[in-house]
Design a protein. Structure first.
Length: 108
C-alpha cells in the first residue's frame, strides 16, 4: 500500500507521492492522474518526503514539466504536514496502472 497526498492550489489538483516508493513512467502517471479511472489530478509531484525536496513534476498527460511556484508551494505544504486529502493506493491498484517499472526521471 502507498499513501498519496492530495492538495488543491489555485484550482489545480495536486497528487504528492514519495519518490522512494514510486516506480512509474509517464503512461502510469497519466493513468493515475485520470479523473475518470484514476485518482484524479492536474499535476503529480514526486518528492523526497524525508528531506522535503522536489524530485520531479508531471502533468496529467504524464509529461515531465518544469516546476512553477504553485508546485513548490504544494511541496512546502506537504513538508509542513498539511494536505487536503490522503489516498491509500493498494498494491493491486498500482499493479493495474503500472505499465512498466522504470524509475522516474529527475527534473533537475
Amino acid at each position: 500500500m502507498q499513501i498519496v497526498y492530495g492538495l488543491d492550489i489555485n484550482n489545480l489538483k495536486y497528487l504528492v507521492m514519495d519518490y522512494r516508493e514510486s516506480l512509474m513512467n509517464g503512461e502510469s502517471i497519466r493513468k493515475l492522474a485520470s479523473f475518470r479511472h484514476g485518482v484524479g489530478a492536474d499535476k503529480v509531484v514526486f518528492m523526497d518526503l524525508v528531506n522535503g525536496m522536489v524530485i520531479a513534476i508531471y502533468n496529467a498527460a504524464g509529461q515531465n514539466v518544469v516546476p512553477d511556484m504553485d508546485d513548490f508551494r504544494a511541496a512546502r505544504m506537504i513538508s509542513a504536514g498539511s494536505h487536503d486529502r490522503e489516498y491509500h493506493l493498494t498494491d493491486y491498484y498500482l499493479g493495474r496502472i503500472l505499465v512498466e517499472k522504470s524509475p522516474i526521471k529527475a527534473a533537475c
